[in-house]
Design a protein around this ligand. Structure first.
Ligand SMILES: *Cc1c(COP(=O)(O)O)cnc(C)c1O
Length: 477
């Protein structure tokens, strides 16, 4: 399988390992496979058996092998077996699916080491990076900024790995106590927490300044693990397959997915699974107050927001002004027209957005690709958390509540089971849970220890040069 960029149809297709460590394509586009492998009835039936006999890691290996032909099959199997294990994931199913009520189910993506869905992709990425760097006799220094889930998930995935270092910038005193404990409690020689004297935007600006210094980047082998990485999406395709298997008995049964969406990474994997022929009915995009995607799917107008118009909400991992993976879907929807995709995302998005409302492509989206959308406000999420807790005895986090609220609103018009993807555990968002149910969520046993661990973090000024010095001082040549 080879990979192409969404913006250049003439570039030479690359292999999986070529693009594994890369971010954007050289032309600024995102990578996608030349074509989506097609799942026939025989394969789906075989995969049911693979999941029941070999479990989630065996199914993950089957999915990966369709997209990766430059890593031997047995190495892929060994990597998925290490990435998705119990009790690193707190449930043996890795991604259990439970019934909520009526035709609504929960797909549990938050059983990993940091209690957020980012672990599903990061745990595999850690294996793949270490493997490929060893093959190339190369090393990688990951530099990132985080206000929550991505940073801790990356650190837990990369800790203790050969040839990889992680420097993660966090805004001083702005993270929740649980998030701080989770990250700063790590005591691995290849993990460096930096508490920057500034806000999250300052952290991002410092990372950008470092990325802009080509010389420093080369000398220190700087890379990223951002949400546009193709391998992250690929890892996420697996739980669409496993969740479909868990709620159906025969291959003619379809399911829908409702996905709390930020950068369009999670649901983009659902789109890919559907394009492969997995029997998916609807893909429901659920947003919070930052509704740039809900607006697009309702009106055809993709209007990116400025940071001043981006709200800070109680589902912070969905607080985005533009959706970085959206370009992949639009490329497909436009019949893979790289020229038009480049015009829309390389030019129009920079100038504020684009409008497809009069384009026949837009009218086709619900039927051809299954997409519909909805949104929630803070009060909706709090009410949903309270209601689900009171009536059903199930506690969900604010991101998952967004999905459940949107699914409930659409449930009557959808006649397939709707699997709402749970993207974080309540313990990460104690304040909103308190508001909803009157007390803080229980800290699961597996996290009890970290609250007491010693803290490992360097306090640095809001100054890119100081951060660069810290990185070079802690990176061997
Ligand atoms: C990252 C994240 C999301 C959004 O996922 P995207 O892939 O950006 O759409 C939703 N919920 C939680 C808890 C997250 O960490």
């Amino acid at each position: 399988m080879h990979y192409i960029s969404t913006r250049d149809s003439a570039a030479t297709p690359a292999t999986f390992c070529d693009i594994l460590l890369a971010g954007l394509a050289p032309d600024g586009g995102l990578y996608l496979p030349v074509e989506y492998p097609q799942l026939d009835d025989v394969t789906l039936t075989r995969w049911r058996q693979v999941l029941s006999e070999g479990g989630y890691p065996a199914l993950a290996a089957e999915v990966l092998k369709l997209f990766v032909d430059d890593i031997p099959a047995e190495d892929i199997e060994a990597m998925t077996a290490r990435a998705y294990t119990y009790p690193k994931f707190s449930r043996e199913e890795i991604v259990p699916v439970t019934h909520l009520e009526n035709n609504i189910y929960l797909g549990h993506l938050s059983e990993g080491p940091t209690a957020a869905f980012k672990d599903m992709a990061m745990q595999l990425l850690g294996e793949l990076f270490e493997y490929e760097l060893a093959r190339r006799h190369d090393s990688l220094t990951i530099v990132g900024a985080t206000s929550g889930d991505t940073g801790s998930s990356a650190e837990y995935a990369m800790r203790g790995r050969d040839n990889i270092r992680v420097f993660m910038l966090t805004p001083k005193d702005r993270m929740t106590p649980f998030q701080q404990a989770q990250m700063f409690g790590l005591d691995d020689p290849n993990i460096f927490n930096i508490s920057l004297d500034g806000v999250f935007d300052d952290c991002q600006d410092v990372v950008k300044a470092i990325s802009a210094d080509a010389e420093f980047k080369r000398a220190n082998r700087i890379g990223a693990v951002n949400s546009i990485n193709w391998a992250r999406l690929l890892a996420q395709v697996v739980y669409y397959v496993s969740s479909w298997i868990r709620v159906t008995e025969t291959n003619d049964q379809r399911v829908s997915f409702c996905v709390p969406t930020g950068n369009f990474g999670d649901i983009c994997a659902g789109h890919i699974a559907r394009q492969m022929g997995l029997p998916i009915d609807r893909l429901i995009v659920a947003t919070n107050e930052n509704d740039v995607l809900d607006e697009f799917f309702r009106t055809g107008d993709y209007r990116v927001r400025s940071s001043a118009d981006t709200f800070v909400t109680s589902s912070p991992s969905m607080d985005i002004s533009r959706a970085s993976n959206f370009e992949r879907f639009i490329f497909d929807a436009l019949g893979r027209d790289a020229e038009r995709t480049r015009e829309l995302f390389g030019e129009k998005v920079k100038a504020g957005g684009f409008d497809l409302s009069d384009d026949p492509v837009f009218a086709d989206l619900p039927e051809k690709y299954g997409f519909i959308s909805g949104k929630s406000m803070h009060a909706d999420r709090v009410a949903t958390i309270r209601d689900i807790h009171q009536r059903l005895g199930v506690l969900i986090d604010p991101h998952t509540a967004d999905g459940v609220k949107v699914a409930q609103g659409l449930a009557e018009q959808i006649d397939t089971p709707i699997i709402c993807l749970e993207t974080a555990l309540p313990v990460k968002f104690a304040e909103t849970i308190s508001e909803a149910i009157g007390h803080e969520p229980e800290v699961p046993q597996r996290f009890a220890e970290i609250m007491k661990a010693d803290r490992h973090v360097a306090d640095l000024p809001n100054d890119a040069e100081a951060v660069k010095r810290f990185i070079s001082d802690n990176t061997e040549a």
